[in-house]
Design a protein around this ligand. Structure first.
Ligand code: S3P
Length: 194
């Protein structure tokens, strides 16, 4: 996979990029990197899982347990749809969010989509002691990650930019994400930053 590439810039597609959305598999660092990029850009950081939890009043794990994944996906779609029209946000999306084309299209209208990528073995290393991701609480989590990552790769690959988190320390991932965002908004008329 290419380390970083830009499919297109907002200028070329008529998109007005106000925000930056991080997409990608669980455990690739979307929240950590997102927080740091938001601080650098002086943007607000939001996490779609946290927005869902606020809306539901219970944790993502509890939603999966008591209501099922479909209820979680419905809430996730609502919170993503509500982000359209907002500005100066760094948005960390849940790993499954962009599997729904409506979420992908909605985010694309206002945000640069940056995918954080890692290989299955690294994701397993990073997530194996964590308990808050219901989809990974299975026997053979590495096998599950491998399978899900293969299924999801075509969706993640539609991002504007892909940053391979394996190849560089986290501070360089942050710098790269920020750089790609600043490049993408250069010359666009809809983005006001001083
Ligand atoms: C999910 C990823 C999680 C969370 C939910 C489902 C997924 O978010 O939205 O457990 O389908 O990949 P993170 O990617 O932030 O862990």
């Amino acid at each position: 996979m290419a380390v970083i590439f830009l499919h297109y810039l907002s200028m070329a597609t008529g998109r007005t990029i106000h925000n930056l959305a991080l997409i990608g598999f669980m455990g690739c660092g979307k929240s950590t990197v997102g927080h740091m990029v938001a601080r650098d850009l002086k943007f607000r950081f939001v996490d779609t899982d946290s927005l869902v939890e606020e809306r539901a009043g219970i944790s993502v794990a509890e939603i999966f347990r008591s209501e099922g994944e479909s209820v979680f996906r419905k809430l996730e779609k609502e919170v993503i749809s509500d982000l359209a029209g907002k500005q100066e946000l760094v948005i960390a999306t849940g790993g499954g969010a962009v599997l729904n084309p409506e979420n992908f299209e909605s985010l694309k209208t206002h945000a640069l989509l940056v995918c954080l990528w890692a290989k299955a073995e690294s994701i397993h290393e990073r997530t194996k002691h964590q308990k808050h991701r219901p989809l990974l609480q299975r026997e053979d989590p590495l096998g599950v990650i491998r399978q899900m990552l293969t299924e999801r790769e075509p969706f993640y690959k539609q991002a504007d930019v892909i940053v391979n988190t394996e190849l560089r320390p986290q501070r360089e991932v942050v710098a790269q994400v920020r750089h790609q965002f600043e490049e993408s908004i250069k010359g666009t008329s809809g983005f006001a930053k001083d």
